[in-house]
Design a protein around this ligand. Structure first.
Ligand SMILES: C[S@@+](CC[C@H](N)C(=O)[O-])C[C@H]1O[C@@H](n2cnc3c(N)ncnc32)[C@H](O)[C@@H]1O
Length: 219
């Protein structure tokens, strides 16, 4: 298992002026997720983790980890011997994530970093997840994010993306239609994903909140 302290290459320095801002309302965010999942946030997290291909001993990076709910759920899946690291651009979300992990007694490291410039060495993780993050990243920086995910994975490493997809007119869930959600189509990232060095790319509906998944294996 990697030693978590001191592993980050340049803590804090990874956020350039060109990076987008994240979410600054952690409590409201958690409440919204609870409302949208009708109190079944835990089942929602388990459903998407089923797609991540995690196994005991895995080193997982959760990019855009928000308030840490998913990183905490994922931690249990990589035991024994695995670890989880979360990164987010928003210090407010990270503070909430650290509080939650500490309350749960879990050793999960949360760092401030931009998805387009990850402060980790090449091949550091076995799996990387992005859950409802890429629709927030400006289109011009999404490919950078995929290249960074590829860089921190070794050959055989797994990437799971969860986000909004498909023609807006066919989106059943109200939260999938509006604002940045409605403008984003996850399946348009298939070609950039292959260009970033992923193979065995597959995707489809998640079955929750009108979300879809796209996943691939680092070639
Ligand atoms: C909709 S929330 C999802 C949070 C978490 N993944 C979850 O499933 O609950 C999106 C998160 O991505 C973060 N974010 C947005 N742009 C980012 C970027 N460029 N790099 C890292 N995190 C980012 C936001 O601050 C926010 O916490």
């Amino acid at each position: 298992m990697h030693h978590l302290q001191g592993e980050v290459r340049a803590s804090g320095a990874a956020i350039g002026p060109e990076a987008n801002r994240g979410i600054g309302f952690p409590r409201l965010y958690d409440l919204l997720v609870l409302i949208l999942t009708r109190g079944r946030d835990r089942s929602y997290r388990e459903a998407l983790l089923d797609l991540a291909g995690l196994a005991p001993g895995f080193q997982l990076l959760d990019v855009g980890c928000g308030t840490g709910t998913q990183a905490i759920a994922a931690w249990r899946r990589v035991q024994p011997g695995g670890s989880v690291v979360g990164v987010d651009v928003s210090e407010k979300m990270l503070a909430a994530a650290r509080r939650k992990a500490s309350r749960a007694g879990l050793d999960i490291a949360f760092h401030q970093a931009d998805a387009a410039q990850l402060p980790f060495e090449n091949g550091r993780f076995d799996a990387v997840t992005f859950t409802t993050v890429l629709h927030m990243v400006p289109e011009t920086r999404r490919r950078l994010c995929l290249h960074e995910a590829a860089r921190v994975l070794p050959p055989g490493g797994r990437l799971l993306l969860i986000d909004y997809a498909g023609p807006v007119s066919e989106r059943g869930h109200m939260s999938a239609k509006h604002g940045l959600h409605g403008q984003f189509d996850l399946h348009r990232l298939r070609e950039p994903l292959a260009a970033a060095g992923f193979e065995r790319i597959e995707g489809g509906p998640l079955g929750w909140l009108g979300l879809h998944y796209l996943r691939g294996v680092r070639s």
